[in-house]
Design a protein around this ligand. Structure first.
Ligand code: SAH
Length: 401
């Protein structure tokens, strides 16, 4: 949420404390303290997208707030929805004109999506960006191609979650009869002019920092965003429903272990020898596998939590038996084998020279690791249709819009 203070209009990206601003308006208007919690609840938990919808406060106050503040820190340019309505990607325009992408994914196929999951509603995952672009330049990933533009502020990070909360509340997610008959969103359909559909279609159960950027290279803002996400008065997510993914920055691992030991950690490993990792992930030249191992051991000693290793299978590059052996050997050398979990990820085409490994190769790779006692999952790739799958964000320089 941000205010439309004159300093912040146009290209001015100066930061400010939106909650401070809200508190000030309330104090200036002689409002009681509990108004703040009412407003916070309405915005952060209920997903209200307009002050006029907050029925628990007076009309006067609603009008003042509307005049002085804006809830989201960006404009929503477009939302693309996959045909099965299980993956959505938003193009968000920041106050300085930079653009980022954020993705909403349903882990279940759409045809089952209207069925309640055990004990509750449909669950969604939100994939959020932490930087505009990325400085890491991994050769198989589309996000890094244009380099880093800038870090996101904590507010720009958490506003992505707020936006999806609002979106779900306003639009439904495409599974009602009414929605199924609605026109499929196309390039010409923007969020603003899509039909408003049904209300309340499940809720966000997971947040993953797996969008654009390297979270640990923007730690100060990522840290603030994590605090807000778990704050009971704000987003109120459980720590264990949040995952941070990193290409392996030792300092970041240390910070996460010390400050958020309950938040899940994913390591984008992808290659288990320095020779290969150096070739495709330049960050490895700075922090090699040995150094990463030291940081992971340290992480275990502080948290005793499970670590997820992401391994994207690239045909002919890292999917041989030899590669599986190297991976297995590396992971075993870290220790705490029962706390290691490997996610084998199907490569999403980004128009580069890489190809995804075949299903057969993928299964052989998995079997090899499992024989060595590793716990392994083959991860289905969600979001490809809207180019919102891992590594595809901003890949086509937004021309798909
Ligand atoms: N910089 C962080 C956060 C980005 S997460 C990190 O590296 O973890 C994005 C994930 O998608 C990373 O695991 C990344 O390696 C992976 N990825 C990148 N390009 C991909 C592609 N084309 N197909 C599948 N996964 C990809």
């Amino acid at each position: 949420m941000r205010c439309l203070d004159s300093r912040l209009r146009g290209n001015d990206t100066k930061l400010f404390m939106q909650l401070e601003k809200l508190k000030k308006i309330l104090t200036d208007n002689g409002e009681l303290k509990f108004r703040l919690s009412q407003i916070q609840k309405a915005i952060y938990q209920d997903g209200v997208s307009d002050f006029s919808e907050i029925s628990t406060i007076s009309k006067n106050l609603r009008e003042t707030l509307e005049k002085e503040m804006k809830i989201l820190s960006f404009e929503v340019e477009k939302v693309l929805v996959s045909k099965d309505k299980s993956s959505l990607k938003a193009l968000l325009k920041l106050a300085d004109g930079n653009k980022i992408e954020s993705v909403l994914l349903s882990p279940m196929p759409a045809r089952n999506a209207t069925h309640s999951v055990a004990g509750g509603e449909k669950k969604w995952s939100v994939c959020i960006s932490s930087q505009v672009g990325c400085p890491l330049n991994c050769s198989f990933c589309a996000t890094g191609k244009g380099g880093l533009q800038r870090n996101l502020t904590a507010e720009e990070i958490t506003d992505q979650v707020l936006f999806w909360r609002q979106y779900i509340r306003k639009q439904g997610t495409g599974n009602s009869e009414q929605e199924k008959n609605a026109p499929h969103p196309s390039d010409s359909v923007t969020w603003q002019n899509q039909n408003l559909l049904i209300k309340e279609r499940g809720q966000i159960s997971n947040i993953v920092y797996m969008g654009m950027g390297e979270p640990f290279l923007n730690w100060e803002e990522v840290k603030k965003s994590l605090r807000d996400l778990v704050d009971k008065n704000l987003f109120a997510f459980g720590s264990r429903s949040i995952s941070v993914s990193t290409a392996g920055i030792p300092e970041g691992l240390k910070n996460l272990a010390e400050e958020f030991p309950q938040i899940n950690l994913a390591i984008s490993l992808h290659f288990a020898t320095d020779e290969k990792r150096n070739r495709f992930m330049p960050i490895n030249k700075k922090y090699n596998l040995e150094e990463l191992k030291g940081a992971l051991k340290d992480y275990f000693s502080k948290t005793n939590r499970q670590i997820f290793f992401e391994y994207v299978l690239l045909s002919g590059i890292n999917d041989s038996e030899e590669d599986a052996y190297a991976l297995s050997t590396y992971l075993k050398s870290i220790g705490h084998r029962q706390l290691l979990h490997v996610n084998l990820i199907a490569y999403n085409e980004t128009g580069e020279e890489f190809k995804a490994s075949s299903g057969n190769k993928t299964h052989l790779f998995k079997d090899f690791l499992e024989k060595g006692g590793m716990s392994v999952t083959i991860r289905k790739s969600l979001g490809q249709e809207v180019a919102g799958a891992c590594g595809q964000l901003a890949g086509n320089k937004l021309k798909i819009f």
